[in-house]
Each structure stands twice: as C-alpha cells, then as structure tokens.
Design a protein around this ligand. Sequence first.
Ligand code: PMP
Length: 356
Amino acid sequence: MKMYNFNSGPSILPEEVYAQAADAIHNFNNTGLSILEIGHRTSWFEEVLHEAQANVKSLMQIDDSYEVLYLHGGATTQFMQVPMNLLDTNAQAAYCDNGIWGKKAIEEAGYFGKVAVAASSKDKGHTYINKTLNVPDDAVYLHYTTNNTVEGTQWHHIPDVSMPLIADMSSDIFCRPMDFSKFSLIYAGAQKNMGAAGVTLTVVKKDLLGKINRPIPPIMDYRKHIEAGALLNTPPVFAVYVSMLTLRWIIANGGLAAMEQRAKERADLLYNTLDSLPLFKPTVAKEDRSLMNAVFILENGELEKQFLDECKKNGMIGVKGHRSVGGLRISMYNALPLSSVQAVCDLLKDFANRKG
Ligand code: PMP
C-alpha cells in the first residue's frame, strides 16, 4: 500500500523523481554504469551538477554574482560555516530567534563572534513570528529561518534591512516565488522540498566573502569551493542527482508560481478543516501559519494517541509532532498531492464526529 506521507523531512518526493533515480541506479543515461558508480570528475556528473546549478539559478532568477554550491554536512553545518566565513571574532551578527533551528544557528554563531538577537518569539513558545526587528547598525548580517519546521510558523514577507540578509530556507525553499536577489546567502538541506537527504544547497553572493581575518580550513571556506568549481572534494553524487531531478520536476510542473498555488490549496484545505473542528486546536497565530508544516494539538492526550493510531491504520505517517513540542504536525511539501490532504481532512472530520 502506498502511504500518505506527511513526514517533516526526509519527506515525500515526486514519483517521477524516484522512478528516474531508480532507473539511473541500474543504468545511468545509457552509460552501462549505475549513477552510484560514476566518478564525480566525469563529464557525466559535471552535466548533472551544472544542470542542478542552472536550475537553482533559473528558479531563483539570480545572476552570476551568485555561486551555487552543493555541500556536505546538512543545514546544521551551515549554522557553523556561515559565521566561520563571515563573522570576525570582535564583530557582531544579528539573528532572529523564532524556533529551535534558529536557536541552534545562534548558538553556533556564538563560537565565532558576537550575536545580537534581533527579535524573539520565545515569550509565546514560538507560536508566532516576531516581526519587530531590532538590528544593531554594525551587525555584519541578519540571519533568519524562513520557515520554522518544528513550530509551524513561516515568514510571509522578506525583512527589510540594510545589511546582508542570510536565510535558512531548509523547509520552505522553492515553495513560492520570492525576490531571492534580496539575500546574500541562502542555505537549505535538500531533504524536504528539493531532493533526498545527503546534500545541502548554499547559494552565496561572491562579494560577501573574503572580508574577515580568521584563517578558514579550506573545506569550510566557501571561496575554496567556488574556486574548485563546486568540486573541492567528492560530492554526494547520488543526492545531487536526485536534487537535479527534483528541480527539473519543479520547473516542468509550472515553477514556483505553481508550487505556491498548490501549497496554498493544500494549506487552505487543512487549516479550514482544523478551524471548523473545535476538537483540534492549531497552535500558531493565523497570519504566521506555515504553508509547509501545520502544527495542532488535541487537548486530551488520550484522544491524541487514539488519533495517531487511526492515522497509522489509514496509512498516514509523519503526523506526530516534533519531540520538543509534542502535539501533531502535518507536513505538506511540494510533492504532496492535494488528495493526501483531503484524505487526512476526511479522517479529522470523521474522528471529530465520533469523539467531539
Ligand atoms: N533548519 C531547518 C529549518 C530544519 O528544518 C532542519 C532539519 N529539519 C535543519 C535546519 C537541520 O538540517 P540538517 O538535519 O540537514 O542538518
């Protein structure tokens, strides 16, 4: 039985993507070799990498002042690599504190320089986005998380600041059109909206680099990756390939405008259903609700357990909230069909009728 996949990441991928990836494991582009067997310095892989990079640039509508890198180590490594490359020991950077991933980024930056918290939503358990920013004039950049995967909040506008803007877009990249040229650095783990686990996208404006005094180990230095044509060491070949296929799928399916329309349809259906059922309580301020991760609770813990059991029986996985916040969470990434949301809404209504 095919499952309804509401996982928060790694998560659902388009069927065409994993079907093609499966073919490539047996015979990559009629080479007689598996994609798992080809060298990263072959023209075969270079073509894959260059198409992935070009797809990123075309979706973001950014020019050659930016470089597209596929790196190891997850978004978590970017928490450390960003300040290592950009924040001098005596300088300060501003960070938004809107959830557990932003907090981790703040902690990592503290190893390299000073951190000013520009805004925090901690006072209400991160159930909203605090948009009133207090950014010191001398902050070398502002960092924020566009979508808080765990808490289910999302920024619906780009903060307007004078210093370079840096964003962790791990859980909502390519879910909507936005002016990506407002950012100096963007990073995202691939495993939600743009591929399988194992690779992280970093898009960086080249003129941001080389401005600090700290010596940087080459493998952590964005400039060394750029100089090496994004092939400083062996990249995760298969993960880059799956990401290239996923980006190709986004483009073939109408690009970011279509992704946004689909995301809004899914989110409207789910949030309207939840709002109509008093048994279920969405936790996030309406204006800050995420298009990607809907977080809600059932006040009765026993009923919550029963609901999760029913999800399981109906082939719905990934509905349990993150261990740090509990409750329930339904993730609705780019590849999730509306019919999956319809199925869980039917169960929500049926459950509320029986137990409400
Ligand atoms: N940032 C955000 C917004 C995330 O959702 C996650 C993972 N779920 C991370 C960072 C960490 O990513 P990784 O596990 O790839 O290091």
